[in-house]
Design a protein around this ligand. Structure first.
Ligand code: ADP
Ligand code: MG
Length: 152
């Protein structure tokens, strides 16, 4: 199910995302242990037409972090509206609802899957994070941490 991560990002990557962090259903941190910063569906870039899980870098409060992003309907939760949510690999001391977030999506991890149990979903998210962090160590990906979108 998981494709090999290419040595360097290919088309359509990198893709820029920017928006204000909005309230979702609050399930990420409470039920899964992975809070996801949601942005408004109207800020979803049109190049992101494939639902699934991606990785890259995100900036909040002037700092850039590695991230894993989910785009889609969260089949496990059967959402009706498409959502874009970013789990930032960092321990924040406080929430950042209403603040601006920018991101560079560098690559694709996997399609959106339905899970029979919450634990299976959590296991897969853990794997997503490990694979993302390994890929982002490669210079061809690491360079995007310095992308101009983060300097504006
Ligand atoms: P919601 O459904 O409202 O998005 P979540 O449970 O997914 O609720 O929590 C997301 C919120 O938690 C984010 O909007 C942000 O303010 C905060 N947060 C704290 N730490 C992180 C993190 N490491 N990654 C993403 N969001 C985080
Ligand atoms: Mg969320």
């Amino acid at each position: 199910m998981r494709a090999q991560i290419p040595e360097r990002p290919g088309s359509p990557f990198p893709i820029e995302v920017a928006g204000i962090v909005t309230k979702g259903f609050g399930r990420g941190s409470r039920e899964l242990g992975f809070p996801t910063a949601n942005i408004s569906p109207t800020d979803i870039p049109s190049q992101l037409d494939r639902v699934g899980v991606y990785f890259g870098y995100a900036m909040v409060r002037q700092e850039v972090f590695s991230m894993v992003m989910s785009l889609g309907y969260n089949p496990y939760y059967k959402n009706v509206e498409k959502s874009l949510e970013i789990y930032i690999v960092h321990e924040f001391k406080s929430d950042f609802y209403g603040e601006s977030m920018r991101a560079i999506v560098c690559g694709w991890l996997r399609p959106e899957l339905d899970y029979t149990t919450r634990d299976a979903l959590i296991q897969d998210i853990r794997k997503d994070v490990t694979i993302a962090l390994t890929a982002l160590e490669q210079p061809a990906y690491a360079q995007f941490k310095e992308h101009p979108i983060f300097k504006r």
